[in-house]
Design a protein around this ligand. Structure first.
Ligand SMILES: Cc1cc2nc3c(=O)[nH]c(=O)nc-3n(C[C@H](O)[C@H](O)[C@H](O)COP(=O)(O)OP(=O)(O)OC[C@H]3O[C@@H](n4cnc5c(N)ncnc54)[C@H](O)[C@@H]3O)c2cc1C
Length: 419
């Protein structure tokens, strides 16, 4: 077997693009060609639309796509978590039915995990799935479901057995969102955007073949989805810039990005907009205040350290090395940076930071930062949960005491009416 080299990959992808890339075709048509070639997701297995390419060589493929302006496969939103979970745990049927359409962007997905009484402690989910005849029937409620209002399918964690301990009585399903038993109700946040939803299930149905692995494996599979969610937090940023070119494929891609990005368009503000701090200090004259200058310096040092730590984690991953503590620190570091940036923006803008609307500081962006940064400490696992993970898995401190893991879930005291 010949070794895969960077030069070899570059030559191969360049030759392939020279032969096949044409911006005057439809987006889905092009992506199907890409999927068939394996260059759309080259790190995926050969059997499933990939080329078994090591992650470390992906930047070379990206560079060649960028060189000619070629559009890639769909890479935004929960569909990436669905793909990772299906690749790891799905059956042949799941892979055949879903993976191609995830890459072509034809299907969108949502993550039906959190519930009103079950967020950090996801394993205490009480949405029920019962086997009735030849189908699973789902009843209950999920909440904070990003993009559910546009989703074709949902990754559903549901309880199938109340007599087993909480982690064991769960199953993982692929749920068709377009059915009468699924009601999606949008939620509006304090920053004015409506990215989330409540999702109500009333006798919603799932065919048995869309149970992922076995009944009882739900927790194990949810862990795979969550691991990819925490790890992939910044991957979206790389793929969200529409091209300014006018050929059909770019127009179609720009439309797709606008729709996919809608729930995430406040995410830059959620991260604290460290990039605006120096400009704002100059604009307002606060750059001559020694206290503000100190705080700006502290913030920039913290942000730079977090970025370098994230790069170390990425480099380890790309070279096939296991991630060290850096992987667990990244999400928590992002929260600290966002909170510090929020504070510095307030120091710089003073009371103006509270004004929204077009004639306010930076067209309302500064106010939006103030009301968006709390979300980063919650989404994908709160700061406290990240600290627990770091203390237990990285520092090997004793586990948090658990009182509810060994007895039947039915007997665990809870503030909800799980029957
Ligand atoms: C921007 C955003 C997008 C989201 N998207 C989705 C989505 O698409 N799908 C989905 O299913 N969910 C989604 N969520 C929900 C998110 O996963 C939950 O909000 C999160 O897991 C926290 O759960 P909770 O809100 O129920 O808070 P709780 O779990 O009730 O936590 C309340 C407080 O108690 C603390 N706490 C809880 N347990 C412990 C503990 N063991 N030790 C110490 N402190 C603890 C928490 O840190 C927090 O401060 C999203 C949330 C946000 C903000």
């Amino acid at each position: 077997m010949t070794a895969i080299t960077a030069e070899g990959v570059r030559a191969e992808v360049r030759a392939w693009l020279n032969q096949h890339w044409d911006p005057n075709q439809g987006l889905v048509q092009w992506r199907n060609i890409l999927v068939d070639s394996g260059w759309g997701a080259p790190h995926w297995p050969k059997e499933w639309h990939g080329r078994d390419l090591p992650d470390g060589l992906l930047p070379i493929v990206d560079e060649e796509f960028e060189r000619v302006g070629a559009v890639g496969v769909a890479k935004m939103g929960i569909r990436t978590l669905a793909a990772a979970t299906i690749l790891a745990h799905g059956t042949r049927l799941h892979k055949e039915k879903f993976l191609r359409r995830i890459l072509t962007g034809e299907d969108t997905w949502c993550q039906l995990f959190s519930e009103p009484g079950s967020g950090s402690d996801l394993a205490s989910a009480i949405t029920r799935a019962e086997r009735r005849g030849n189908k699973w029937v789902v009843n209950g409620q999920k909440i904070w479901t990003t993009s559910a209002h546009r989703a074709d399918y949902g990754l559903l964690l549901a309880r199938t057995n109340l007599d087993l301990p909480k982690h064991k009585g769960l199953a993982y399903f692929i749920l068709d969102m377009h059915q009468p038993g699924v009601e999606v109700v949008p939620l509006r946040q304090m920053n004015g955007h409506a990215s989330f939803n409540q999702v109500f299930f009333t006798d919603a149905e799932v065919a048995p073949e869309f149970l992922v692995e076995e009944d009882g494996d739900g927790w194990k599979i949810a862990t795979t989805t969550l691991m990819h969610e925490r790890r992939g937090a910044d991957s979206m940023r790389r793929y969200t810039k529409p091209s300014k070119r006018s050929e059909r494929i770019y127009r179609e891609e720009a439309e797709e990005i606008a729709i996919d990005l809608e729930p995430y368009k406040w995410y830059p503000q959620r991260a604290g907009r460290v990039d605006l701090v120096i400009e704002r200090a100059k604009e307002t004259g606060r750059n001559s205040d020694p206290v503000v200058r100190q705080e700006i310096a502290k913030l920039l040092i913290m942000a730079r350290c977090a970025e370098w730590t994230a790069r170390r984690a990425r480099a380890a991953h790309e070279h096939g090395r296991p991630q060290g503590p850096e992987g667990s620190l990244g999400k928590l570091a992002a929260s600290y940076v966002a909170r510090a940036a929020n504070r510095v923006h307030t120091m710089i803008s003073g009371a103006d930071a509270m004004l929204a609307g077009k004639d306010s500081a930076r067209n309302g962006v500064i106010a939006e930062i103030l009301v968006s940064t709390p979300a980063i400490s919650i989404a994908g696992g709160t700061d406290e949960i990240q600290k627990n993970i770091i203390s237990e898995r990285v520092l090997k401190l004793p586990r948090e005491p658990q009182f509810d893991t060994d007895r039947p879930f039915r007997e665990v005291p809870k503030n909800t009416l799980a029957k």
